[in-house]
Design a protein around this ligand. Structure first.
Ligand code: ADP
Ligand code: ADP
Length: 214
């Protein structure tokens, strides 16, 4: 799943993973979990994330390789937020080839800049699990301020502040377009219009990846 910050990757990856019976692997969630647990990786990633910069490829690729090596990933995953650079995309191809696997489809959620800013400024995430994502206008929780799934308090991400959003777009969009080009060359790119209601984006994505496998 490829797209700018706020495009709806996490929202759609969770829905697709549930419909396809696959595991949802989100690089941002893995980093935030490491940050919370104050692991060595979390400590190294922190300053990059706070500045809206990309965490260096070496650290990111190793984190994803470790995650994909776990038993629950053996049937395949919906990868969300990785790869974000051409080097990461090439590393992903290499690690999958070693496992006898490949990228089956790249799903690029295309959303324009004004909509990105609206989405990130209204985003609220669960304090217990940052993959539980809401929007104050377009995707509100059932009870204000509370996660539908586990009842924990909703919070705004530090990096969704306007100045960090600007930095993320400046630093992360150019490499993202290189990733889009890489998959277009490899003939696995599918572009979906992300500027539609959440359910309509899911249907468009499901048309690409086909019916539930189990
Ligand atoms: P968003 O959902 O807004 O696109 P994420 O939750 O995916 O953001 O990522 C949060 C932050 O974690 C990024 O701004 C970046 O600092 C870091 N990060 C996530 N994925 C990657 C990646 N593939 N490569 C480098 N840094 C990453
Ligand atoms: P990403 O993982 O790409 O950063 P998210 O899934 O976190 O994006 O979505 C960003 C924000 O936009 C969240 O507040 C989410 O509830 C909201 N959102 C996601 N998809 C849509 C959509 N199709 N229309 C309106 N709001 C959306």
């Amino acid at each position: 799943m490829v797209g700018p910050p706020g495009a709806g990757k996490g929202t759609q990856a969770a829905l697709l993973a549930a419909r396809l019976g696959l595991v949802h692997v989100a690089s941002g969630d893995l980093f935030r979990d490491n940050l919370k647990r104050q692991t060595a990786l979390g400590k190294k990633a922190k300053s990059y994330m706070e500045r809206g910069a990309l965490v260096p490829d070496e650290l990111t690729v190793q984190m994803i390789a470790d995650r994909l090596g776990q038993p629950d990933a053996a049937e395949g995953v919906v990868l969300d937020g990785f790869p974000r650079t051409r080097q990461q995309a090439e590393a992903l191809d290499r690690m999958l080839a070693k496992m006898g696997a490949k990228v089956d489809a790249t799903l690029y959620i295309d959303v324009d800049r004004d909509e990105i800013v609206r989405r990130l400024s209204g985003r609220w995430v669960c304090s217990a699990a940052s993959s539980h994502v809401y929007h104050e206008l377009t995707n509100p929780p059932l009870v204000a301020g509370q996660c539908d799934i586990d009842g924990a308090q909703l919070v705004q991400r530090d990096d969704d502040k306007p100045e960090t959003v600007r930095a993320r777009l400046e630093q992360q969009l150019p490499p993202m377009f290189e990733v889009v080009d890489y998959y277009a060359e490899g003939d696995v790119l599918n572009t979906v219009d992300g500027d539609q209601p959440i359910e309509d984006v899911t249907e468009a994505l499901m048309r690409v990846v086909g019916q539930p496998v189990r």
